[in-house]
Design a binder for this molecule. Structure first.
Ligand code: ZN
Ligand code: ZN
Length: 280
């Protein structure tokens, strides 16, 4: 059964102050005819800022959920979408910067929560220190300035944030050097000044829509999704079990119905290359 009766044409408040509704809204509108609304003066900085004025104590997923709760308390919509990002070294490719994004959908009418996350290498997250071996011009090109914003910092703190013009940048660097003798450039990771991050959020919204459309075969609740895997796909050469996935378990959060999907990648056996016996 389709999830249309849950989401079609409903009002959804997008809990953001950084213009993320520009990418989230159209995707939901196209998929379900939902009507996106935003709140004037909605402030999410109380939950933490990238530039550290307010430390985020919640996990990114909790922060995204809390944004939904705050937004729902301020309007008559029953559905909210909250978003949160986190930047740093990739969890497995340590030397590469990554953008971890989280989206939470909260439907208080149906007591439904659907979450998605992604970890993308598509990010300009970086910083530059005065007297670095890299040329500042190369750094600016690398981080896609001025289409992507920058903050100028010094040992005395932030000089200026959200810079998107060369003049502004030069003035801020001059000010930092005059007053503190040093400067650091930081990429602005707020969505409105970071088109790369915007596109990652757009892709994640597509993933959210896919999940919203998948319903439990037993109770039709949307958000039916993988919760566990079973490993042990057999080797095509020696027939011993490998560490590869042989089945995926789907669980309904509503009625706890579970479904086991065998051979999710349509692969019945594993290549001996991944077998501990054939290729230890
Ligand atoms: Zn169910
Ligand atoms: Zn083998």
């Amino acid at each position: 059964m389709a999830s249309g009766h849950y989401f079609d044409n409903r009002k959804v408040v997008i809990a953001t102050k950084h213009q993320k509704e520009e990418v989230i809204g159209p995707v939901l509108k196209e998929a379900f005819g939902m009507e996106p609304i935003i709140l004037e003066d909605f402030d999410t900085d109380v939950l933490g800022t990238f530039t550290g004025e307010v430390e985020r104590i919640l996990s990114p997923m909790e922060a995204a959920r809390e944004k939904c709760v705050l937004a729902l308390a301020q309007c008559d919509a029953d559905i909210a979408i909250g978003s949160e990002g986190s930047f740093g070294p990739h969890p497995t490719l340590y030397f590469l910067p990554a953008d971890e994004e989280y989206l939470v959908l909260l439907d208080r009418k149906n007591e439904l929560e659907i979450t998605v996350k992604s970890c993308s290498l598509q990010t300009n997250y970086a910083s530059f220190e005065m007297d670095s071996e890299v040329k500042v011009a190369d750094f600016l090109q690398q981080v896609k300035f001025p289409s992507h914003g920058l903050h100028v910092k010094s040992s005395g703190g932030y000089i200026e944030k959200g810079i998107t013009s060369e003049n502004q940048l030069n003035e801020a660097i001059k000010a930092a050097v005059n007053r503190f003798g040093n400067y650091t450039l930081e990429t602005d990771m707020r969505a409105m000044n970071n088109p790369t991050r915007m596109s990652v959020i757009q892709e994640l919204t597509q993933k959210l829509v896919e999940k919203m459309k998948r319903c439990c075969p037993s109770c039709q609740r949307p958000g039916f999704s993988p919760t566990d895997v079973i490993r042990g796909l057999v080797c095509s050469c020696c027939s011993l079990p490998t560490k590869s996935v042989k089945a995926v378990i789907y669980t309904c959060e509503g009625c706890h119905y579970t479904q086991c999907i065998d051979f999710p990648d349509s692969k019945m056996t594993e290549d001996p290359m991944f077998c501990d016996f054939c290729n230890p």
